[in-house]
Design a protein around this ligand. Structure first.
Ligand code: NI
Length: 184
């Protein structure tokens, strides 16, 4: 089922999400719905607050990015539950990001290029892994969502000033995109 995507200005996007417990109802169904919602909106990642839930869950599918130069994305379709970043390291690089909750805005965001993260997968099996490069970036973007942080919080003051009016309109419900949304 495709869920509406919550748009900038909705308070759920600013809440720190909580760990879920193993009795969480219909977890598999929620994860399936999150993937379906993400694909429908042409995204590569989606976090639970973006569908109105303050739970520490996000999904990522990088497999569409697989090609000869990027074989590491093959089959990279993962759910991250109760994720906690243990450490961030490596160089800080800036790359343009967008967000399904902030349609029409793309900005360069500085992030560390290596992270170590603990999480449960969709079967609630624990993992502790290191991710690098663009994968680490996407995970950090989604992880920010479950901490109530948006990529526009990490851009320069000048850039932020330039998009201020657009953001103000968005939080008043003025938004146009090709998928179903819920505004504040
Ligand atoms: Ni996002």
């Amino acid at each position: 089922m495709i869920l509406p995507i919550y748009i900038y200005g909705h308070p759920v996007l600013r809440k720190e999400a909580k760990d879920i417990d193993p009795s969480y109802p219909n977890l598999k169904e929620l994860i399936d719905n999150m993937f379906e919602t993400m694909y429908n909106a042409d995204g590569i990642g989606l976090a639970a607050p973006q569908v109105g839930l303050d739970d520490r869950i996000f999904v990522i599918d990088l497999s569409p990015l697989e090609d000869e130069e990027n074989p590491q994305y093959k089959g990279f379709k993962k759910a991250f539950i109760n994720a906690h970043i243990i450490s961030r390291s490596g160089n800080i690089a800036s790359t343009e990001e967008g967000c399904l909750s902030i349609p029409g805005i793309n900005e360069s965001v500085p992030r560390e290029d290596e992270i170590e993260i603990e999480y449960l997968d969709e079967n609630l099996m624990p993992h502790k892994e290191i991710f690098t490069g663009f994968t680490a970036r996407v995970i950090q973007h989604e992880y920010d969502h479950i901490d109530g942080i948006l990529f526009i919080d990490r851009i320069s003051a000048i850039r932020k000033r330039l998009i201020k009016a657009k953001l103000a309109n968005m939080s008043k419900g003025k938004v146009s995109c090709h998928y179903r949304v819920r505004t504040a």
